[in-house]
Design a protein around this ligand. Structure first.
Ligand SMILES: *[C@@H]1O[C@H](CO)[C@@H](O)[C@H](O)[C@H]1NC(C)=O
Ligand SMILES: *[C@@H]1O[C@H](CO)[C@@H](O)[C@H](O)[C@H]1NC(C)=O
Ligand SMILES: *[C@@H]1O[C@H](CO)[C@@H](O)[C@H](O)[C@H]1NC(C)=O
Ligand SMILES: *[C@@H]1O[C@H](CO)[C@@H](O)[C@H](O)[C@H]1NC(C)=O
Length: 176
């Protein structure tokens, strides 16, 4: 059964899902979530599995499922990077819409080849700057919930003692 279905799907020209972006002029970067947009017609399958691939296997050794069982009616989706991050920047990337997460060769739609560019944006999730003693000393009196010191969120219950400890640490420096 399954085998027959696959052969038929490959043989037929499916008029349906059209991937609008990414495309030649609107590619992706290699950092952070990336957006895909598409059109669906009523006869199209309800849900799709979005797969990133590249025929150049030195850029992308294996295909990557970016999201499975996506509601096709959404028309757009923000896709998070794979756990290992986006593949190497370069040209020739293609987005496939597969019908089954278990059979990625059954393709409903394919984007034009697009480029994944090296991102020039500084990542926003590296704001793990260590506690700022200045802000700690100004806020420790009345705001133990203002968690400005700890790199370790688990310390927040002990905001006051930690703040005092920091303050105590500062005093000799101030007096010196
Ligand atoms: C590429 O995608 C962008 C953003 O969706 C769109 O504005 C543009 O028309 C598309 N270009 C082509 C050639 O499809
Ligand atoms: C996905 O779509 C197929 C065909 O439209 C449908 O049979 C199936 O129940 C859907 N699965 C989910 C989880 O929505
Ligand atoms: C594949 O990508 C590698 C790395 O960017 C590049 O050196 C090589 O020329 C590419 N091969 C083809 C056939 O485009
Ligand atoms: C993206 O999808 C949401 C939900 O379907 C829709 O409300 C929104 O208008 C879409 N945005 C674009 C740019 O297509």
């Amino acid at each position: 059964m399954r085998f027959t279905a696959v052969v038929l799907a490959c043989a037929s020209t499916v008029l349906g899902y059209t991937i609008l972006s990414p495309n030649q002029s609107q590619g992706w970067t290699n950092q952070g979530p990336q957006r895909a947009t598409w059109q669906r017609v009523a006869t199209d399958r309800e849900n799709i599995t979005i797969v990133l691939t590249n025929t150049n296997r030195s850029l992308m050794p294996t295909d990557q499922v970016l999201s499975a069982l996506v509601d096709g009616n959404l028309g757009n989706m923000t896709l998070n990077p794979p756990s290992a991050g986006w593949p190497s920047p370069g040209p020739g990337y293609v987005l496939n819409f597969a019908s089954e997460a278990t059979n990625l060769n059954q393709i409903l739609a394919q984007s034009p080849p697009f480029e994944i560019e090296l991102s020039t944006v500084v990542p926003t999730n590296t704001k793990t700057t260590a506690g700022n003693p200045t802000s700690a000393s100004t806020s420790d009196k009345d705001a133990p919930t203002d968690n400005t010191i700890p790199k370790n969120g688990g310390l927040s219950n002990f905001g006051v003692p930690v703040a005092l400890a920091v303050l105590a640490g500062l005093v000799p420096a101030i007096l010196a």
